[in-house]
Design a binder for this molecule. Structure first.
Ligand code: ATP
Ligand code: MG
Length: 251
């Protein structure tokens, strides 16, 4: 399974979901590669010291002859590897302009190494540009985190339109794995209303598990740990573990 985690809206929990879902899969014994497709490199930083790395996904995608396995780095979590991003990834769009295979670069690089992993999780940038399209073309499944806030559904139409375009030609078998409600606050009626609204729009595609607001989830990346070792008793650990079960079941 190759799962792209995407929503062009910023700060909705994509990276938090990518790093913890990937860790949950790895801790369950699945060999997992986390691919960082965001020049902000937040997913990479959550496990690695990115300043010490001299190459990343950009180098693989621009035809230097490197494979994703050449840049993938083992993390402190057993079975979890990260193909890191560096800020250079921001130049990718300009670099690939006019290249016939611009949308297929990641897919081609993943095809070469996918047999080595049980799961590949791709953390996307908050854009619908070439980086995210590469992820959607390469993925078998899409997971959309939606923050339980007032403008939650704003922009999802554009995302789904992009998905339809990708499906119509480049990747007909791309499936919506599910919609994940993040940063949910059970105490407020607004959050409950928004949750209902998301259910009305996406029906059974919404994961049963919602991720509640938790300071622990904000803190763990600074310690380069997934939530499961950083705060195993926290709501975030329980919820991301449950999400992982649902992902495996839906796969
Ligand atoms: N369930 C949660 N509870 C509390 N804070 C959270 C939760 N999920 C994410 N956060 C925090 O919210 C901020 C945004 O989350 P995150 O970086 O995962 O979003 P993102 O969609 O990847 O953002 P970007 O669009 O910039 O890539 C981060 O500071 C993160 O620690
Ligand atoms: Mg992010």
């Amino acid at each position: 399974m190759i799962i792209a985690i995407a929503n062009q809206k910023g700060g909705v929990g994509k990276t938090t979901t990518a790093i913890n879902l990937a860790a949950a899969l790895a801790l369950r014994g699945r060999r997992t590669l986390l691919v960082d497709m965001d020049p902000q490199a937040n997913a990479s930083m959550s496990y690695l010291d990115v300043r010490s790395l001299d190459r990343g996904v950009y180098d693989v995608m621009t035809g230097s002859g490197l494979s994703l396995n050449d840049v993938a780095v083992a993390t402190p979590v057993d079975n979890l590897f990260v193909a890191p991003a560096k800020i250079a990834l921001a130049k990718l769009e300009a670099k690939l302009v006019g290249e016939i295979d611009a949308h297929f670069r990641l897919k081609d690089r993943l095809d070469a190494i996918r047999d080595a992993y049980d799961y590949i999780v791709i953390d996307c940038a908050p854009t619908l540009g070439l980086l995210t399209v590469n992820a959607l073309v390469a993925a078998t499944h899409l997971l959309v985190p939606i923050q339980a806030s007032y403008f939650a559904l704003e922009g999802t139409d554009d995302l789904l339109e992009t998905v339809d375009k990708v499906r119509s030609r480049a990747n007909p078998s791309l499936r919506l794995l599910g919609v994940l409600i993040t940063m949910h606050d059970r105490r407020t009626s607004l959050a409950r209303d928004i949750r209902e609204q998301i259910h009305r729009v996406f029906g059974e595609k919404v994961f049963q598990t919602a991720i509640t607001k938790s300071v622990r989830l904000e803190e763990s990346p600074a310690y380069k740990e997934p939530i499961f070792t950083f705060a195993p008793e926290s709501s975030g650990a329980t919820e991301y573990y449950r999400l992982c079960e649902e992902v495996i079941d839906r796969g």
